[in-house]
Unconditional design. Structure first.
Length: 451
């Protein structure tokens, strides 16, 4: 394997009880994983990048097997970046899923992490992509999600979906269906009080190119630097769609969005260099980081604010001031907020910030006042994504809660978990783990899980 995300998916859980933490980890037992373990050989499946040793690449027969699996929706079942609950908030009835940008998902038991099988959407019209970042619909326990699908004559369209707690995985309510100006690799989206906001970037992998690149998706990515980004604003109430455009850009993660009024929306995004997507996470690059660090803010990896004006049909970008003079501050990605503020005006954003491959920091960005940004950085310590757990109770400040993260201590060569005061970004508890946990992202708090 050659891409960090081609590593087989493993779930970890941390359960807090009094002053103890219970820790467990379990491989996601997908069909392709189990068959590969049994055969001691990778069975035909879709991977992100081509293999390190080209001689290992799929032969003709294996390519045919992958094509058959594509039709069945089983060519990719390595759901490693995200966990989410569809269905009711109940450890038995809830559908706890491991997800990627694939339209299928693997259900697992939230209490013991055992795998419960692959869940497929309706296969006609054929689903091409899903989205690794579903969202809760504000004020409800519904899940908002979207898929790109293709009909029998090859027309691609976007389906915006709503999963109410009683909906099955294959039968969500369809909020809106529209034909986009172009298809795009979209990893996340935003929600506001009235709208769903989708940015469709000039970056995609054509299915024919994916086949030509032997089903290694990232090898087929193409970035069209002169093509605009399409912005779709979908009214949740009636599914009506507004189409706007802005300059070519790319982002993996939306942070949050909200409405200033009926016609003006704010969307906060973490921009990413589109050219880095193809090989940033390849083994060759990860194992050979730059020898020296250029402690500078990288403009292509900027956290930025986009204002959408539905009256004037404009989408304009603004950037944030670095009022604490720290290059990490405005390069934040893997954005996390207090979920009570999803789709609403908010002030605090937490995330990881990365300079080169080896300088990792936790950042708290104050979006409401200058000088309020905070950074946690420790030399030779490597942080994973943070998660925000709000202090239980009503009418508490937005940043009243703790942050949780997994850190690798480069001096001791051991992983530890850390709880931090979200308000101050000060470490309040640390616990070294019995096993090392590689860099992880996209966890979630599921208080209904059983001990
Ligand atoms: Fe993500």
């Amino acid at each position: 394997m050659n891409n960090w995300l081609d590593g087989f998916a493993k779930l970890h859980s941390f359960k807090f009880i009094g002053d103890k933490v219970l820790f467990s980890g379990r491989m996601l037992e997908s069909k392709n994983y189990l068959e590969s373990v049994e055969k001691k050989e990778l069975v035909p499946q879709l991977t992100l990048n081509a293999f390190l040793d080209k001689r290992n690449d799929w032969n003709f027969l294996e390519l045919l097997k992958i094509m058959t699996k594509m039709k069945e929706g089983t060519a990719f079942d390595n759901f490693n970046p995200m966990v989410w609950r569809f269905g009711a908030k109940d450890k038995e009835k809830g559908m706890y899923m491991a997800l990627t940008d694939s339209p299928s998902a693997m259900r697992f038991n939230i209490s013991d992490l055992s795998s419960m099988g692959l869940y497929l959407p309706k296969m006609i019209p054929f689903p091409v992509t899903g989205c690794a970042h579903p969202l809760r619909e504000p004020g409800t326990d519904n899940t908002l999600w979207f898929m790109t699908k293709v009909d029998v004559i090859g027309n691609k369209f976007v389906e915006i979906q709503r999963y109410r707690p009683s909906d099955s995985f294959s039968e969500p309510e369809v909020i809106s269906v529209f034909k986009p100006a172009k298809t795009s690799m979209v990893h996340s989206f935003s929600v506001t009080e009235d709208y769903i906001v989708l940015f469709m970037y000039p970056l995609d992998a054509d299915p024919l190119d994916i086949m030509a690149k032997k089903f290694h998706i990232m090898e087929a990515i193409s970035w069209k630097e002169k093509t605009d980004t399409d912005v779709y604003v979908i009214k949740r109430k009636d599914g009506s769609v507004r189409h706007l455009t802005t300059r070519p850009m790319y982002s993996l993660h939306h942070a949050n969005a909200y409405q200033i009024n009926k016609n003006e929306l704010v969307v906060d995004l973490c921009e990413k260099n589109p050219n880095a997507l193809k090989d940033y996470l390849t083994v060759g690059k990860i194992f050979n980081p730059p020898k020296t660090t250029d402690w500078k803010h990288v403009k292509s990896d900027e956290f930025s604010r986009w204002k959408i004006n539905l009256q004037n049909n404009t989408v304009t970008k603004s950037i944030f001031v670095d009022s604490v003079n720290n290059p990490f501050v405005n390069m934040l990605d893997f954005p996390v907020i207090n979920e009570k503020y999803r789709g609403k005006p908010y002030c605090y954003l937490y995330g990881n910030s990365l300079i080169d491959y080896t300088r990792t920091a936790i950042v708290k960005k104050d979006l409401c006042k200058d000088g309020g940004d905070k950074v946690w950085y420790k030399e030779n310590h490597y942080v994973s994504e943070v998660w925000f757990f709000p202090t239980p109770g009503e009418s508490l400040p937005e940043d009243d809660g703790v942050l949780f993260t997994i850190v690798f201590d480069g001096n001791l060569k051991r992983s530890y978990i850390m709880l931090m005061e979200a308000a101050t970004l000060e470490s309040i508890a640390v616990s070294y783990l019995p096993f090392n946990v590689p860099w992880s992202a996209h966890g979630y708090l599921f208080p209904e899980a059983q001990f």
